[in-house]
Design a protein around this ligand. Structure first.
Ligand code: SF4
Length: 449
């Protein structure tokens, strides 16, 4: 099992950099009992890697582990649907007594013969890790025998939270996949996106922008990706870390080993999208591309602002509370402010002080930063802040609906894509749909009986 110490000392993480020397030496907070309740490390690893759409993903563990995480993200694929099939070794009591390595080998062999994928990912879970199943050796043997890459992902749930699992998945890609193949050809305009999972098809909203600019997406890690693209993505000229700190350490390691510079950006909102395109063009270092980018930005901004006018009429002045995490907290703030809405509060959970400073500037005098409110506090905030609509993850959904507060899912289970210029129109439409739904007023009325 990989030494987990390294994952608690990420030098590229803003939160770590802000600490003094003594605090930094302590590293990130260690997992505590119950820390897996919001999703365990296995869950985190799987949601990071499952979008590799042409690979087979086998969960080595009791069937409940696979059931717990199956299809838990609205990630979309344009090729196979292997990632939605839920392969598992279904470990039982007998395997706990005799060991599950043989069963795992057979599962890999069967999956390769039946589906002929370019690679297989094998996820370690709590039970086989505790009985000592050595998935690394099984994967190595299967890979030699079957002639395809079989990648062990050492992420048993008990090692920590979902976030740690994201990092373990990035580490598995760095150790076993990235750099194992050369791309067929390269161009000076090759980039990778890290931490973009194509939720509800968001990648497809930004791809046309790249195509118009002549930028080639070498690999998306991992939304709608192909195994071979990720294996050869070390030849990219720029890595962009999309709205997520989870794969920051992968970006840092790729910079150290392959010299690929990286930056953090966001495709949520008009300004963020434009700035991200500018940053990509700047890092690619082509003057003509930078000019082309400015021309495209001017065109797209004018287009989308015109289309947004009727929506802004309806959304202007509506009070929104945002309860999401990390970089999304500020990038979504600027997105809804561009729709004329008032952000009365946004969650600052897991945000760096740089993020918080940016959020405070964005929310201005009318908004406040909140720190992961529990349901009771959320209800109080609805009343105190006169909230018109809540934008949050599924966990807050029922609190909002029980209080007759319109709700918009902005987390991974969402069904609609909100990225890029096009995503602004979708977001505006969805906000109007929920804000003006008659159901909330009807619910407040007395029952007719
Ligand atoms: S890996 Fe462990 S914590 Fe995660 S779902 Fe399976 S049993 Fe539960």
């Amino acid at each position: 099992m990989r030494d987990l110490k390294d994952f608690f000392f990420e030098p590229a993480c803003g939160l770590n950099r802000e600490k003094d020397k003594k605090e930094r030496e302590k590293g990130c907070s260690r997992p505590k009992p119950g820390s897996a309740s919001g999703g365990c490390a296995f869950d985190g690893a799987q949601i990071t890697l499952l979008p590799i759409a042409d690979a087979v993903h086998i969960v080595h563990g009791p069937i409940a582990c696979a059931g717990n995480s199956w299809d838990n993200r609205g990630t979309r694929s344009s090729i196979s649907d292997y990632y939605r099939m839920g392969f598992t070794t279904d470990i039982s009591e007998i395997d706990v007594v005799y060991g599950g390595e043989g069963k795992l080998y057979e599962a890999i062999r069967e999956a390769v013969e039946k589906y002929k994928p370019p690679a297989v990912f094998v996820y370690q879970t709590c039970v086989p890790a505790m009985i000592g199943d050595d998935i690394v050796s099984v994967c190595k043997k299967a890979s030699q025998d079957l002639g395809i890459p079989v990648i062990p992902v050492e992420s048993p749930g008990f090692v920590g939270s979902k976030n740690l699992g994201n990092k373990l998945a990035g580490d598995a890609l760095f150790r076993y996949v990235i750099g194992t193949k050369e791309p067929e050809y390269t161009t000076p305009y090759d980039i990778n996106l890290l931490g973009e999972y194509n939720i509800a098809g968001e990648l497809w909203q930004v791809l046309p922008l790249f195509q118009e600019l002549g930028i080639r997406l070498l690999a998306c890690i991992t939304g709608d990706s192909r195994y071979q693209d990720i294996a050869s993505c070390h030849r990219a000229k720029v890595n962009m870390v999309v709205c997520s700190k989870a794969l920051l350490s992968l970006a840092r390691k790729m910079e150290e080993k392959y010299g690929v510079p990286y930056f953090e950006g966001s495709f949520y909102g008009i300004e963020n999208t434009s700035n991200t395109l500018r940053n990509i063009a700047r890092l690619l270092g082509d003057k003509e591309l930078m000019e082309r980018t400015e021309r495209l930005i001017a065109l797209k901004e004018e287009e989308v602002k015109k289309k947004l006018e009727p929506y802004i009429e309806k959304l202007k002045g509506k009070r929104v509370l945002i309860n999401t995490g990390g970089v999304k907290s500020w990038s979504m703030v600027s997105q809804v402010k561009e729709l004329g809405m008032i952000v009365v509060g946004t969650s600052s959970k897991k945000s760096t002080s740089e993020d918080k400073k940016r959020m405070l500037e964005l929310v201005g005098d009318e908004g406040m930063l909140i720190d992961e409110p529990n349901p009771k506090e959320l209800v109080r905030l609805f009343k105190d802040l006169k909230v018109d609509v809540l934008m949050a993850g599924g966990r807050s959904k029922f609190v909002a609906l029980k209080e007759y507060i319109p709700f918009l899912d902005t987390n991974q289970e969402r069904m609609k894509p909100y990225a890029g210029y096009e995503g602004m129109l979708v977001l505006a439409e969805e906000l109007i749909r929920t804000l003006y739904s008659p159901v909330f007023e009807l619910c407040k009325e007395e029952s007719p009986w």
